[in-house]
Design a protein around this ligand. Structure first.
Ligand code: GLN
Length: 509
């Protein structure tokens, strides 16, 4: 019987290679075949890298032939967000500014996934420089949600989420500054984790908001995400990113511990927030009930300063982006306008023509917010709000182990539906405060919404460097969702699998 990558977990792929049931090269060809057959409609990739995937597969097969022990993600197909450097690929940030930029070194997070045996299938589409929640601001093309091609996959890591949801790859890397892993995971029905700030090195990842940016994985099950986390933290502190910390834990170790006797925070005000749809609210309430049924205690908590989170983020983020993106001046990196009379003209025209509308909006906003007189009113106020929000979370975590809330107020929206940027910004309500506080968060799929028929999800957030614990709760939510859908909950396969229109299209071997 033909096997399909759609139904294999990361560890099943490795185990099959170890057992000699199939080779990593066969897996690579199957993944490339799935991309070939599916990506014409999904458009998750900006660049496919068959040579790199096949070379990595050969290394795995050679290691097995030599009798070596295979690394934990041997032969697992991986998509890499296009703001992460990988030698042998361009790193474009989905911007004309970096359209021809060849990676000169490999980002630590990508290196670690490769060291764990992953096969790099390609670079995933994103919002330009990671500004956005829909992947519509990519300078190259849109990415379609595998559950409904007329809808967005979320963003900014929309290509990464869609590549996993469509079964083109088993794992993907994304980055999350204000929700860019958790929100697209929610809209595409996959698991997406933003680890605690500092858990994963950002060396080689193009910076957006340096006090907020964090790298994390997407997968179709909590267990796959835990295995990816193991790979990302292996090796500990990265001397090339001074914010990176040693987190020497095995993220799979307590996955099946259950949640009996644990405390789960719920925030009634957040469940009544404007814009939250009934189907997402009832899905999250269902997840809360399932945690209770598994023995957890639900405890009401309050985050009194949460109202300030979106405003604070949309001050801090643009200020940091303005500083980080100043390097794209048409001299050192990226697009250079030809035939300019002066250096100033070259810089101005390169920036004017290299950046898209949202990237310009953020940088202009950042420049203004940091100007004298304005800085005190907004930037300083946002920093104060940040302190208050961080304290709110710390106080809540004295009472509970984790907090359960939506990841996104609604299911996937149509292209162009949120055309006013502030409307798009407001949809980040549930994800942004976690980056502000620097804590971890994970989005877990809950099954299809009663009204939209599209994936719904819940988000679990936890204290700093308790990301392993967070995954124990995520696994319990996943188990509950699988049971509710009448699926085998023990298998570790998520409640939702590959989007039905794509399952079985290529990827067999
Ligand atoms: N949607 C948010 C923004 O537009 C978050 C983006 C991100 O996390 N990179 O800034």
């Amino acid at each position: 019987m033909a096997r399909s990558l759609d139904t294999l977990s990361a560890s099943q792929i490795r185990d099959g290679i170890v057992a000699g049931d199939f080779t990593a090269t066969e897996v690579a060809h199957a993944a490339l075949d799935a991309v070939q057959q599916r990506d014409g409609s999904v458009q998750a990739f900006l660049q496919v890298s068959p040579e790199l995937a096949l070379a990595a597969a050969k290394r795995v097969d050679d290691a097995r032939a030599a009798g070596e022990e295979l690394p934990p993600l041997a032969g697992v197909p991986l998509a890499v967000k296009d703001n992460m450097n990988l030698v042998g690929t361009r790193t474009t940030c989905a911007s004309k500014m970096l359209g021809n930029y060849e990676s000169v070194y490999t980002a630590t997070c990508v290196r670690r996934m490769l060291d764990a045996g992953c096969l790099p299938v390609g670079k995933a589409n994103m919002d330009e420089f990671a500004f956005g929640s829909s992947t519509e601001s990519s300078a190259f093309h849109r990415t379609n949600n595998p559950w409904d091609l007329e809808r967005v996959p979320g963003g900014s890591s929309g290509g990464s989420a869609a590549s996993v949801a469509s079964g083109e790859v088993t794992l993907a890397l994304g980055s999350d500054t204000g929700g860019s892993i958790r929100q697209p995971a929610a809209l595409c029905g996959v698991v997406g984790m933003k680890p605690t700030y500092g858990a994963v090195s950002r060396y080689g990842v193009v910076a957006f908001g340096s006090s907020l940016d964090q790298v994390g994985p997407f997968g179709r099950s909590v267990r796959d995400v835990a295995l990816a986390m193991n790979a990302l933290v292996a090796g500990g502190h990265d001397p090339m990113d001074s914010t990176s910390q040693d987190c020497p834990v095995d993220f799979t170790e307590h996955l099946e511990d259950g949640v009996a006797g644990r405390k789960v925070g719920v925030i009634p005000a957040l469940m009544e927030a404007k814009g939250l749809t009934d189907e997402v609210r009832s899905a999250v309430q269902g997840a809360a009930e399932s945690l209770r049924a598994q023995g957890a205690e639900l405890v009401e908590v309050d985050l009194p300063n949460l109202d300030a989170a979106i405003a604070a983020y949309y001050v801090l983020g643009p200020c940091e982006a303005f500083s980080n993106l100043a390097r794209f001046d048409g001299v050192r990196y990226g697009y250079q306008e030809p035939n300019c009379a002066t250096l100033t003209e070259q810089s101005e025209l390169s920036r004017a023509r290299g950046f898209g509308a949202e990237a310009k909006r953020r940088q202009m906003l950042g420049a203004w917010l940091l100007s004298s007189g304005v800085y005190e009113r907004y930037y300083l106020a946002a920093q104060k709000a940040r302190t208050l929000i961080t304290r709110d979370y710390a106080a809540a975590y004295e009472k509970v182990d984790v907090i359960l809330m939506p990841a996104c107020p609604r299911t996937a929206f149509k292209f162009g539906e949120l055309s006013d940027p502030t409307q798009m910004y407001l949809s980040d309500l549930y994800t942004i405060s976690i980056n502000i506080a620097g804590n971890g968060g994970v989005s877990v799929p809950l099954g299809l919404g009663a009204e939209s028929g599209l994936p719904t999800s819940a988000q679990l957030v936890g204290p700093a460097f308790r990301d392993r614990d967070l995954l124990t709760f995520a696994r319990a939510v996943e188990r509950g969702a699988a049971e509710a859908a009448g699926k085998d909950a023990s298998s570790g396969v998520t409640a939702l699998s590959v989007a039905p229109d794509f399952a079985g299209k290529g990827g067999e071997f």
